[in-house]
Structure formats: structure tokens, C-alpha cells
Unconditional design. Structure first.
Length: 169
């Protein structure tokens, strides 16, 4: 069993674009800034409902993500708890401009995510905002640890990794 787990880990240590079966696994996402103990999660209630945030990693299905291949090297991010009809999207305008939220999956460019390798990490961008806006995290305030798109820079909150946590059935 340890050999199988090691092989699975090695397969996901390769660049995302080199994997033909990436959509067959549930993933957890972490950042360089917050480390391996803080995972991307969905807020399930309250005024921030359906927005994303970082939270202590666990087995919660709200922390499990599927990368559904769509247009070449682009992916939809689907959350296990929310179901296959909901995808990570980007707000366009208003007080939540460039923030992430779960919305019904459709042909929206804010749901077309790219993973660009940067050293041992990945930068996440959307077709909607382009390659110069990277997924980052708020640092402090009422939106602390919620993802948003910001101008790409060397901030550790913009460096993401992923690990397989189970097979999609």
C-alpha cells in the first residue's frame, strides 16, 4: 500500500499540464504562505456564503477539488461538497471585484483556470483576467484568507500546490 501511495504522490509531483488523468482525482490546494496545514475551502453559510477561504486542512468534502479539463490547458475547479454543477468563478465589479465564489458552471471565462508552473509551485490565473492576474489571499481584515485575483508578483500567497486526496468515482 505504501508503494501505491508513493507512486500516486510522484505522479502529482509532475507538472499539471503533463498529466492526462488529473480530473480523476480529488485535490486539496495549499499556498506557500499558509503552508500544508491550510487548505482551500468553501464558506457554507453567513454573509460570505459560497465564497472561498483558507481553513485548517481536514477530510471535509468542502476542501476537495476536481480539476475538470476544458479548453486545452484550462480547467474548471469543482468542489466535491457543492457538486458537479458549481464551479469557482470570479466576481466582475462591485465591492467583491476579483474575488472568488462558487457559481453554476457555464461557459464563463472566469471559470477557465490555468496553472502556470513557477519553480515547485503553480500560479492560478483565469482566461477572464488574463495571465497577469494571479490567485492570491487577503491578508487581514474581514476577508482575511479569502482568495482574490491580484497583479502577479512574488507574494507567497500566489504560489499554490495541490495533492491528491482521493479518486473521483
Amino acid at each position: 500500500m505504501k508503494v501505491i501511495a508513493a507512486l500516486a504522490f510522484m505522479a502529482f509531483a509532475t507538472p499539471l499540464y503533463a498529466q492526462s488523468n488529473i480530473g480523476d482525482f480529488w485535490m486539496q490546494f495549499t499556498t506557500k504562505w499558509k503552508g500544508e496545514n491550510q487548505c482551500l475551502d468553501v464558506i457554507r453559510s453567513g454573509p460570505q456564503k459560497n465564497k472561498l477561504r483558507m481553513k485548517s486542512c481536514g477530510r471535509a468534502t468542502s476542501q476537495q477539488w476536481r480539476l475538470q479539463p476544458i479548453d486545452g490547458a484550462k480547467y474548471r475547479l469543482i468542489n466535491r461538497k457543492m457538486g458537479s454543477g458549481m464551479c469557482v468563478d470570479i466576481f466582475n465589479g462591485g465591492s467583491s471585484n476579483n474575488e472568488t465564489e462558487m457559481r453554476a458552471c457555464d461557459n464563463y471565462t472566469g471559470q477557465y483556470w490555468s496553472f502556470r508552473k513557477d519553480g515547485d509551485w503553480h500560479r492560478l490565473t483565469t482566461r477572464f483576467r488574463g495571465p497577469h492576474m494571479c490567485l492570491d489571499l487577503f491578508n487581514g481584515g474581514p476577508k482575511d484568507l479569502q482568495p482574490q485575483l491580484r497583479e502577479c508578483a512574488r507574494y507567497t500567497g500566489q504560489f499554490w500546490s495541490y495533492r491528491a486526496v482521493g479518486r473521483v468515482n
